[in-house]
Design a protein around this ligand. Structure first.
Ligand code: CA
Length: 231
């Protein structure tokens, strides 16, 4: 069962939420201020964070920014004021969802369930992308053989590194699907994306060069990442 970190300084509300989460079968941790929240998040790596906005020491906004620098843990913001909502759902903060106080426990549990389910589905897709079935892929005169780890154009071998091969295989297997840099880094390099990381972009540049004319099919999707052009 999933673990949830509740960050809430109103003790009465915290007790109610913790009790209901436990009844629903979740393992819970509780932090009553922003600093304790970051310590617990680092120590326990919860599956989801319920994060109050107004907190002692560090506010929820600050906590969320810190968490986002190192982890993709889904965060549900709990806000008391309606003017906070625009900031929460906007790009500024990047919370995955929010609830305005007062909320019903039923609503909270439904949101938690939906968020965890979404993560599970993403994880399943990611697992499939990390372990490609050993199927031969072809596109025009390009052939990828995952068993032999060999890429050829008109039977001439391309000199691809393992990551270049994995990246090309993933893109080619899903023509038309746009992949974010963070997703590609996770699926191919198995690393967390840090803002400004150029690994994916550099690998794409190298791949395009090695693919020659076919390199055009490896398209940049502005604001997202990359995709293999669907025919
Ligand atoms: Ca509060």
């Amino acid at each position: 069962m999933a673990t949830i970190l509740l960050v809430e300084d109103e003790m009465h509300l915290a007790q109610i939420i913790l009790r209901d989460l436990a009844e629903a079968g979740y393992t819970t941790f509780h932090a009553a201020d922003g600093e304790a929240a970051l310590e617990l998040h680092a120590a326990q790596s919860p599956d989801l964070v319920l994060l109050d906005w107004m907190l002692p020491k560090r506010d929820g906004l600050d906590v969320l920014r810190q968490i986002r620098q190192s982890a993709a843990t889904p965060v549900l913001m709990l806000t008391a004021r309606s003017e906070e909502i625009d900031r929460v759902v906007g790009l500024e903060v990047g919370a995955d969802d929010y609830l305005t106080k007062p909320f019903s426990m039923r609503e909270l549990l439904a949101r938690i369930h939906a968020m965890l389910r979404r993560v599970e589905l993403i994880e399943q897709t990611l697992q499939a992308d990390r372990s490609p079935q050993a199927a031969l892929l072809t596109h025009a005169n390009l052939t990828l053989d995952p068993d032999a780890h060999r890429a050829t154009i008109d039977d001439v071998s391309l000199d691809l590194s393992p990551t270049e091969f994995a990246l090309l295989y993933l893109l080619l297997r899903n023509p038309g699907r746009a992949f974010s840099r963070a997703y590609l880094l996770d699926a191919v390099w198995r690393e967390a994306y840090v803002s400004g990381d150029r690994s994916v972009d550099n690998a794409v540049l190298r791949l395009r060069k090695k693919l020659g004319d076919l390199g055009e099919a490896l398209e940049t999707v502005w604001g997202v990442g990359y995709r293999w052009r669907a025919d």
